[in-house]
Design a protein around this ligand. Structure first.
Ligand code: 13P
Length: 254
């Protein structure tokens, strides 16, 4: 039965536009030195593009994988400033974020752009982490479910059930990002449950049971355990608290 499926927790640290190569390598060494072997969960770091190549050999012997913060929807071509999914695969990434709220809000990414990114990641053999979440205005207008449903529908548009099953969803309410305001665990659980039900319509109920749904937004060592104890919260996408070795280690070992 579907209820027997075990979803391995996944903890991703999104460094955003922080850390030079030297800082990133120092962090990886300190983290690896203080991390006991972890076999019951997955972890990854999403550093800036410039640090990916230097981090790959540092993390090779550890349980920490590499994640890209963004990707272009095409595999190659005249797209100055962009990085493709095959390039991210080449440098050692296993995961790639698509549609982070900062990309949508600050850089004007549309649902169609995000869909292209998800497809590009899958084509290259990477696991997409599709980010969805409502703003404070949308929440106040009681639009949370509509927004999340629309972002899922757009982001996963025209994907096969198999490809949806290979993907990860991250629910990051925009009002909780970098604000210190976290969704209460039961509040987040409600949305995660809704997301899984909707994924069931797109990928079949059994497929949806396999998909990991991460929570993001002011996750800290203090609240990570309570969030991940919820039935449909299968991990966390951590911003600020992933920049500090001790706090990120604590979250990985929650
Ligand atoms: P904070 O953990 O800093 O709120 O950031 C969350 C986030 O955007 C992770 O992708």
């Amino acid at each position: 039965m579907a209820g027997e499926i075990v979803r391995r927790p996944l903890i991703i640290g999104n460094w955003k536009m922080n850390k030079t190569i030297g800082e990133a390598v120092g962090f990886a060494r300190a983290l690896a030195a203080g991390l006991p072997p972890v076999t019951d969960r997955d972890a990854a770091i999403a550093p800036p593009f410039t640090a990916l190549y230097a981090l790959a050999p540092e993390l090779r012997e550890t349980a920490i994988a590499l994640c890209a913060q963004d990707v272009h929807g095409e595999d190659r071509g005249a797209f100055t400033g962009e990085v493709s999914a095959p390039m991210l695969r080449d440098v050692g990434c296993r995961y790639g974020l698509a549609g982070h709220s900062e990309r949508r809000r600050i850089f004007g990414e549309t649902g169609d752009d995000v869909n292209r990114k998800v497809k590009a990641l899958l084509r290259a053999g990477l696991t997409p982490v599709l980010c969805v979440g409502e703003t404070l205005e949308e929440r106040d207008a009681e639009q949370t479910y509509n927004i999340v449903r629309r972002q899922l529908k757009e982001g996963l548009n025209n994907l096969s059930a198999d490809d949806i099953r290979r993907s990860i969803v991250a629910y990051e309410p925009v009002w909780a990002i970098g604000t210190g305001r976290t969704a209460a665990p039961d509040q987040a659980q409600d949305i995660h449950h809704f997301i899984r039900q909707f994924l069931g319509l797109m990928a079949g109920q059994e497929g949806a049971e396999e998909i990991r749904i991460l929570y993001g937004g002011s996750v800290s060592p203090e609240n990570a355990g309570a969030l991940m104890a919820q039935e449909d919260i299968d991990g966390v996408l951590v911003g600020g608290a992933s920049l500090d070795v001790d706090s990120f280690r604590k979250i990985i070992l929650y």
